[in-house]
Design a binder for this molecule. Structure first.
Ligand code: NAI
Length: 469
């Protein structure tokens, strides 16, 4: 049983934990990061990164098949799933290898094992070979992330009843896929398999897809899914399933009013959310507050026990990699004696459906609910030459601003490259920008970014390439 002494031990090597550890290393702190699976966490290993690889492959496949109107004829375009998976795994390997390299370069020690907190300043790690190490640290950071929620009546079997982890590693394209949960994961992966040819059914418990996103925005995504043959069942709950003799699965869906509908499918993807991994780490035993699996913190990331910190999914919503990384940096700065705080104006969200969705700040409805008088500027992608040239014209920009001061309150984009374009909106909010700041900035032509300028000008009543009210 080895004993190590450090300034900080970080439990979890996902986008929260690894960023925190690297920043601590940069700030000359002696730091150990403990990881039980693979550095990079859910995000790099089976979440954000692998899913985006498959999403981009599915777009390329669709474009290769459907570009005859541009004069591009590609016959017999096929999907080689094994090759695609190999390519995807190569990306993951490069990125996780990169983190290990950054750890080495910044003096971060990586310990592979399962950690448990034994006091406000010590952690026990069960290593892969079963031996137990003790790490004594001035500060302990909990960065254990979140896990997929399972529905009791749909226990994962790894083949036909699956979660996102299995869905990014399927070895063949299913003929039919039923997705339970019309949230981020369900729609991103639903879009992927729809492009590869699966017939998609989405079963969503609430009245709308993508909870929390502006309804005008989700309508664009829903329309495209349906146009390509998806069946969207809203206010519906999957109640149970039976396996059939031919290998298919019949899913019973409670559509309300005492009615049950049956859908026959090949694969059921369960994507009903993630739950925080705050329990079972020994935290309650040492007096750290854990609420429904979350570990609450203050503005710098400290829990109610001053030497214990929490960052990322385990510390609260939204469960997003970039929020985790930022919290990791803030906590690292403070632990190293600098001033920092979780003082951002807004956290952008990026959803890789087709078309993409990206949001930052208040929606029109949220602003109105706060009693604000808002001005809306809108601009369609269809009015941008560049959008026509890239053959993706669905969607629009929507800039929500204060009607009197013109201060930008929120930016909501659905359309091509929305996830890249949103950073301008995030910067606008952080800089407390006004419509004039965006609208009077020269945006290069011909680019998709012109839509931000035009939507802001539309809010001011003088967009050029669309009629103003
Ligand atoms: P989610 O919370 O986005 O969506 C879950 C959906 O399932 C909701 O619409 C909910 O109403 C529905 N639902 C819940 N129980 C149901 C039931 N029994 N039957 C039918 N529908 C039901 O969760 P999701 O998609 O699993 O994603 C998990 C987390 O991962 C999210 O917190 C998200 O922030 C994060 N994520 C973010 C991504 C991104 O930013 N691009 C990509 C993937 C995940």
């Amino acid at each position: 049983m080895a004993k190590k002494e450090v300034d900080v031990v970080v439990i979890g090597g996902g986008p929260g934990g690894y960023v925190c550890a690297i920043r601590l290393g940069q700030l000359k702190q002696k730091v150990i990061c403990v990881e039980k699976d693979e550095v990079g966490g859910v995000c790099l290993n089976w979440g954000c990164v692998p899913s985006k690889a498959l999403i981009s492959a599915s777009h390329n496949y669709e474009k290769a098949k459907d570009s005859a109107h541009m004069g591009l004829i590609a016959d017999n375009v096929r999907v080689d799933v094994a090759k695609m998976q190999e390519w995807k795994s190569g990306i993951v390997k490069k990125l996780t290898g990169g983190i290990r390299g950054l750890f080495r370069g910044n003096g971060v020690e990586l310990v592979m094992g399962n950690a448990r907190v034994t006091s406000p300043t010590s952690v026990e790690v069960t290593l892969k070979d079963g031996t137990v190490d003790t790490i004594v640290a001035k500060n302990v950071v909990i960065a254990t992330g979140s896990s997929t929620i399972e529905i009791p009546t749909f226990k994962f079997d790894g083949k036909q009843i699956i979660g996102a982890k299995e869905a990014v590693s399927l070895q063949e394209v299913p003929k039919r896929m039923l997705v339970i949960g019309g949230g981020v994961i369900g729609l991103e992966l639903g879009c992927v398999y729809q492009k590869f040819g699966s017939e998609i059914v989405v079963v969503e418990a609430t009245a709308g897809l993508l909870p929390g996103v502006d309804a005008d925005i989700t309508a664009v995504v829903e329309k495209k899914l349906v146009k390509h043959g998806a069946k969207i069942m809203k206010n519906a709950k999957a109640a149970g399933y039976e396996k059939n003799a031919d290998g298919s699965v019949t899913v019973k869906i409670d559509v309300g009013g005492g009615k049950i509908e049956s859908v026959v499918t090949d694969v059921v993807l369960v994507a009903v959310g993630m739950r925080p991994n705050g329990a079972g780490l020994g935290l309650e035993e040492i007096g750290v507050k854990v609420e429904r699996g979350f570990v609450p913190t203050d503005k710098v990331g400290r829990t109610n026990v001053p030497t214990v910190w929490a960052i990322g999914d385990v510390s609260g919503v939204p469960m997003l990699a970039h929020k985790a990384s930022k919290e990791g940096e803030v906590a690292a700065e403070v632990m190293a004696g600098h001033r920092a705080e979780k003082d951002w104006v807004a956290i952008p969200g990026a959803i890789f459906t087709d078309p993409e969705v990206a949001v930052v700040g208040l929606t029109e409805t949220q602003a109105e609910e706060k009693g604000m008088n808002v001005k809306i500027g809108k601009f369609p992608f269809a009015a941008l030459g560049r959008a026509m040239a890239v053959n993706e014209t669905d969607g629009f920009f929507k800039v929500v601003s204060d009607a009197e001061s013109h201060k930008v309150l929120g930016v909501h984009i659905v359309g091509p490259s929305a996830t890249d374009l949103i950073s301008e909106g995030a910067l606008a909010l952080e800089m407390h920008a006004f419509l004039e700041d965006i609208g009077l900035t020269i945006h290069p032509h011909p680019t998709l970014g012109e839509g931000m300028m035009e939507a802001s000008m539309h809010g001011l009543g003088h967009a050029i390439h669309v009629l103003n009210r």
